[in-house]
Design a protein. Structure first.
Length: 97
């Protein structure tokens, strides 16, 4: 079970940052509480910088559009599709302990 799951690094072309699509699938345990998604900007010579973060509520399978915030300021948005990856034969979610 991972504490921090990450996508592969992706490039945002200068002047074309209005919409960037990152087609990634991350497998995480069924959350018992909210999750936090963070978008970081990687720097070669400095530490990574936080662009924004969004709180993902523990909701059933759905599609969410969340604001990426840094402090109280909205820096962008994040669209997620949440779906159960595996289910037990009785229909319940698979949760590793």
């Amino acid at each position: 079970m991972c504490r921090a799951c990450t996508t592969r690094p992706f490039h945002v072309p200068r002047g074309h940052a209005a919409l960037v699509e990152v087609d990634e699938v991350l497998f995480v345990p069924a959350p018992r509480k909210e999750l936090v998604a963070r978008l970081l900007r990687h720097h070669k010579h400095h530490s990574d910088a936080l662009v924004g973060e969004a709180v993902i509520p523990p909701v059933p399978a759905t599609r969410l559009k969340l604001d990426l915030k840094r402090g109280h300021r909205v820096e962008g948005s994040l669209t997620l599709s949440l779906k159960p990856a595996l289910q037990r034969p009785d229909g319940g979610p698979v949760i590793e302990v």
